[in-house]
Design a binder for this molecule. Structure first.
Ligand code: UDP
Length: 238
């Protein structure tokens, strides 16, 4: 597989074309941003961890019947993925209150919900990724009602699979963000990444935060937290 021109550089990844028009190469960086790019920094080794973690989790999801963009890990930081047209939504599933949910509704973090919640944000940096509902999604032609149903169903299935897996690692899956894409034939598959950048992960016993909140909130021990999550994943994903 030949790595060709860079198509896109985001906050945490670069995306390259390949000699196969249906495939792309994703290259994970150590750069970290928060608060819509206002806070910038480096988390040493993050690119390697997020690449490897995301790939293992996506393969686990595939085995559980969730189609993903994962094709093949090429190196520590590079992965071959299926080219999709991204649905411009951030799909957020929550099991426990935290972050913007706690802030928006004026509740403390750590409330365990009776059932998972799901919400959508419109992926648009200039607007700060505003919250959006299903009728707005339809009005703006971001996705059809049928596509949104598929996305909702897949996101909740991802939650079931990942919650059980992280639990076996002694980690509580608090919330996470997913992105979906369309193949040329319109099939919806899971894309982007699943990592401590995109999930809140708490130690099940100590409640210690093992995710990007350590960076966002200047809690220190950011690299150690990412490494610890990866260590536990390796141990239980043999
Ligand atoms: N998240 C993300 N990218 C975003 C916004 C949120 O990956 O642009 C993840 C975040 O890491 C957390 C979940 O989605 O696991 C819910 O985030 P929340 O809405 O609470 O927003 P935040 O507090 O991160 O601003």
């Amino acid at each position: 597989m030949k790595k060709m021109e860079m198509l896109y550089e985001g906050k945490a990844k670069r995306v390259y074309a390949t000699d196969d028009p249906t495939l792309l190469i994703v290259d994970y960086k150590d750069d970290a941003t928060a608060f819509n790019g206002e806070k910038k920094g480096t988390i040493v080794g993050k690119g390697v961890i997020n690449n490897q973690m995301s790939n293992r989790l996506m393969q686990r999801l595939e085995r559980a019947g969730v189609p993903t963009h994962f094709v093949q890990e090429l190196s520590e930081r590079e992965t071959l993925v299926k080219r999709v047209r991204i649905v411009p939504l951030e799909v957020i599933v929550r099991n426990i209150s935290a972050g913007s949910f706690a802030k928006r509704y004026g509740v403390e973090e750590g409330i365990v919900f009776d059932a998972p919640t799901i919400e959508f944000s419109y992926k648009n940096d200039d607007l700060g990724d505003p919250l959006i509902n299903s009728t707005h999604v339809a009005a703006l032609h971001l996705a059809t009602a049928e596509e949104l149903d598929t996305i909702r169903r897949m996101a909740l299935r991802v939650n079931e699979v990942l919650r059980a897996f992280w639990s076996s690692c002694g980690i509580t899956l608090v919330d996470f963000k997913l992105e979906f894409g369309r193949l040329d034939d319109g099939t919806i598959i899971l894309a982007d990444e699943i990592s401590p950048d995109t999930c809140r992960l708490w130690d099940s016993v100590t409640r210690e935060k093992l995710d990007k909140d350590r960076f966002r909130r200047d809690l220190g021990g950011v690299e150690d937290a990412y490494a610890e999550v990866m260590r536990r994943l390796r141990e239980h994903d043999a």
